[in-house]
Design a protein around this ligand. Structure first.
Ligand code: ZN
Length: 346
C-alpha cells in the first residue's frame, strides 16, 4: 500500500492509500519521488476523464513529470546508485518491439506511460522504474528543473524534427508550457530568434522576457502579416504548431517561407482542415511529434549547461498534502500560470 494522488473519476481526486503493483527487477531502480509537475494531460484526465482513446475506467494515480532520489538499485544496475538525484522518462517501451529496434520507442504501440490509463502515474512517494529510462541530474540541476525535463523533451523533439539550421527564424503558435519550451529548444537548437504567438497576451509575458523570444499578439494584426513584416516578406524558416487550436491549422502554411518546415506539436481534439495547396506551392516539409525518443540526455545537458533556464516557467509549488488544491488551480487555467509543481515530503 502507498499513499498517492488518485483520480477516482472525472472531477474527483483524493489523496489516499492504494495498492500499486511493482517489484524491483534486476534492471530497475527504486526512486523516492521529490517533485512532480502538473501537465495539461493530467488536468484533462481530471476534468474530462479521457484523452482520445485513453479513458479513465478505474481509479488512477496522476503525474508523469518527475524527479527524485534513487533509494535502491536492481542487481544488474551499474549506472546508478542509492542517493543519486534523477529524473525519469515516463514511457516504458518494449525493448524488443519493432518500433524500439528502429529507435522510435515513443511510437511503440506497446509502450506503457505514467498516468495514461490504465497505467498509474508517479504522484506517490516511491516508484520502481527501469534504470535505462532514469537519468542522473548534475549537481547544478535542481529537482524542480529535473521535473521540467519531461515537457522540455517534447520541445527538444520538435526542434530536432525541424532540423533547424543555424540562424533560422522560428515561429511558435501557442504560448502554453509546451509552446514556450519548444521556443526555448528552437533557440538553443540554433534559431536566431523565435516569434511566439498567442491570443492571450498574459501568457506571453514570461516568454517575452527570454532573450531571443519575440511575442506576437492579435493586437499586432493578422499573424501572417506580422510574420512577413518581421522577415522581409519571406516567412519563417521553421514553424511549430503548439496550440492545437483548429483555426491555427487553416492558416499555418501561410506563415512559412518557401521550402520551410512546419512541425505539428499541439493536438487538436478533432480532425482539422489543411490548406494543402499552400503547402505544395512552397514545398513545405511537415513533421509530427508524439512525446519524444532519445532526447532526455541532451535535455539534461542543455539545462546543466546554463543555456536553458527553466526556472522562470515554474509558477508555483504546492505541498503533496495540497495536491488536490493544486489540480483545482491548474484546472482554472489562469493565463499567468505556466507550470505548477507538487513537492513530496522528504
Ligand atoms: Zn507532460
Amino acid at each position: 500500500m502507498a499513499t498517492a494522488l488518485v483520480l477516482e473519476r472525472t472531477r474527483q481526486l483524493s489523496i489516499r492509500d492504494i495498492d500499486l503493483p511493482g517489484t524491483l527487477g534486476p534492471n530497475d531502480v527504486r526512486i523516492a519521488i521529490n517533485t512532480v509537475g502538473i501537465c495539461g494531460s493530467d488536468v484533462h484526465y481530471y476534468t474530462h476523464g479521457r484523452i482520445g482513446p485513453f479513458i479513465v475506467r478505474e481509479p488512477m494515480v496522476l503525474g508523469h513529470e518527475a524527479s527524485g532520489t534513487v533509494r535502491e538499485v536492481g542487481q544488474n544496475v551499474t549506472t546508478l546508485k542509492p542517493g543519486d538525484r534523477v529524473c525519469m522518462e515516463p514511457g516504458i517501451p518494449d525493448p524488443n518491439s519493432r518500433a524500439s529496434k528502429l529507435g522510435l520507442y515513443n511510437v511503440d504501440p506497446s509502450v506503457t506511460f505514467w498516468a495514461t490509463p490504465p497505467i498509474h502515474g508517479c504522484l506517490t512517494p516511491e516508484v520502481i522504474h527501469p534504470a535505462a529510462y532514469t537519468y542522473k541530474l548534475p549537481d547544478n540541476v535542481s529537482f524542480a528543473e529535473g521535473a521540467m525535463v519531461e515537457p522540455f523533451a517534447i520541445g527538444m523533439q520538435a526542434a530536432a524534427k525541424a532540423k533547424i539550421a543555424p540562424g533560422d527564424v522560428g515561429l511558435v503558435v501557442g504560448a502554453g508550457p509546451i509552446g514556450i519550451l519548444t521556443a526555448l529548444a528552437a533557440l538553443a537548437g540554433g534559431c536566431a530568434r523565435v516569434m511566439i504567438f498567442d491570443v492571450v497576451a498574459d501568457k506571453l509575458e514570461t516568454a517575452g522576457a527570454y532573450r531571443g523570444i519575440v511575442p506576437l499578439t492579435p493586437a499586432g494584426g493578422d499573424l501572417t502579416d506580422q510574420v512577413m513584416a518581421a522577415t522581409g516578406g519571406w516567412g519563417a524558416d521553421v514553424i511549430f504548431e503548439c496550440s492545437g487550436h483548429p483555426s491555427a491549422f487553416t492558416q499555418i502554411f501561410h506563415h512559412a517561407r518557401p521550402g520551410g518546415c512546419v512541425v505539428f506539436v499541439g493536438m487538436p481534439v478533432a480532425p482539422v482542415g489543411f490548406d494543402v495547396v499552400t503547402a505544395q506551392t512552397k514545398e513545405l516539409r511537415m513533421e509530427t511529434v508524439f512525446r519524444y525518443a532519445n532526447v532526455y540526455d541532451r535535455a539534461v545537458e542543455f539545462i546543466a549547461s546554463g543555456k536553458i533556464d527553466l526556472n522562470p516557467l515554474i509558477t508555483e509549488t504546492f505541498a503533496f498534502a495540497d495536491a488536490v488544491r493544486a489540480f483545482e488551480r491548474a484546472a482554472e487555467a489562469r493565463p499567468t500560470d505556466i507550470k505548477l509543481q507538487i513537492q513530496l515530503p522528504e
